[in-house]
Design a binder for this molecule. Structure first.
Ligand SMILES: [Zn+2]
Length: 264
C-alpha cells in the first residue's frame, strides 16, 4: 500500500510542474479507485455482518432446541419419575439401582406382579442406603444371594434397588411374581417406627394401585416360608391386620389422587 502512494497522491513537484491536466486526470482516476476500494471494503463489512448474523441465528436456534429438549426431558421425568409417583400417592423414591450381578440383581424378568411382600432387615439401626449398599457389595463378597426391590429407612426414606420388571432375591419361591420391600427398624423387636411405618404403607398402597392389587395381595415373608419375618408383624397378628387395613385405606386415597390428576 505504501509503495503505491507516490503515484496515487500526485504530490511530487515534478508532476505539478510538467502538466496539470494529467495530474487532474490521475486524481479523478485515483478518486474512482478509492471509491471502488471503499465499496469493496463496505461489501466486505456487509458480508462479514451477514456471516455473523447467520452464525448468531444458528446459535440461537441451537440454544432454543436445547431448551426444548431439556423441558421435554423434565416433562418426561415428571410423567414417570419420582415427582409424578409422589403426586400419585407414593412416598419419595430414591432410585439407586444395583449394578447387575448374579448375587443381588440377576436381571431375570419377573413373571407377573401378584403380590407385595413385606420384610424386616433383622439389622437394628441400619439405614436404607446401607442395606442397599450391602446388596450392591454382594457382587464382590459373593456371600449369599439376597436383595429387595425397595428398602424403607428409619426416616421413612425409600430406596429402590431393582426395577419392578425384574425379580429380587427376597421371597424364595414367590420371587417370580412378588415385589419385595425391606423395612429398617430401630431395635430387636422388629417394630417399625412411625416414619418407616407411614412410608411402607404409602409405598405398598401405591404399588397396589400401579399393579392392580388389593391389600389381600400384600403378604409377609412368613406367609411364604414360615420365616419369622417381618418379626414384629408375625408375632403380633393384630399389628399385621392393622397394617393391611391402613394399606387398604391408603389405596382408596391414592385412587382419588390419581383420578384428580387425570382430570387436570
Ligand atoms: Zn424376609
Amino acid at each position: 500500500m505504501k509503495s503505491a502512494r507516490p503515484v496515487s497522491g500526485g504530490r511530487s513537484g515534478q508532476h505539478r510542474k510538467s502538466s496539470r491536466k494529467p495530474g487532474r486526470k490521475l486524481g479523478s482516476r485515483n478518486k474512482g479507485r478509492a471509491r471502488q476500494r471503499n465499496l469493496h471494503v463496505l461489501a466486505g463489512c456487509l458480508l462479514a455482518l451477514l456471516v455473523i448474523l447467520i452464525i448468531a441465528a444458528a446459535a440461537l436456534r441451537a440454544a432454543r432446541e436445547r431448551d426444548l429438549n431439556l423441558r421435554a426431558q423434565l416433562q418426561a421425568m415428571e410423567d414417570s419419575g419420582p415427582v409424578r409417583w409422589q403426586q400419585e400417592g407414593a412416598p419419595y423414591i430414591d432410585v439407586e439401582l444395583l449394578t447387575p450381578n448374579e448375587y443381588s440383581r440377576p436381571q431375570i424378568a419377573i413373571d407377573s406382579i401378584d403380590h407385595i411382600a413385606i420384610h424386616y432387615t433383622a439389622n437394628p439401626g441400619a439405614s436404607a442406603i446401607a442395606n442397599r449398599n450391602y446388596f450392591e457389595n454382594l457382587a464382590f463378597t459373593q456371600q449369599t444371594k439376597v436383595s429387595s426391590h425397595f428398602v424403607v429407612g428409619l426416616d421413612g426414606e425409600v430406596v429402590q434397588c431393582i426395577p419392578t420388571a425384574e425379580i429380587s432375591y427376597a421371597t424364595n419361591e414367590r420371587n417370580v411374581d412378588t415385589l419385595s420391600i425391606e423395612c429398617c427398624h430401630p431395635d430387636e423387636t422388629g417394630l417399625f417406627n412411625d416414619a418407616t411405618y407411614d412410608s411402607v404403607v404409602k409405598l405398598t398402597a401405591w404399588l397396589c394401585t400401579r399393579f392392580g392389587l388389593t391389600e389381600e395381595d400384600v403378604i409377609r415373608h412368613y406367609d411364604v416360608t414360615g420365616k419369622n419375618c417381618p418379626k414384629y408383624y408375625v408375632e403380633n397378628p393384630d399389628a399385621w391386620a392393622q397394617m393391611k387395613s391402613d394399606i387398604a385405606a391408603r389405596i382408596q386415597e391414592d385412587y382419588v389422587l390419581q383420578e384428580n390428576l387425570q382430570a387436570e
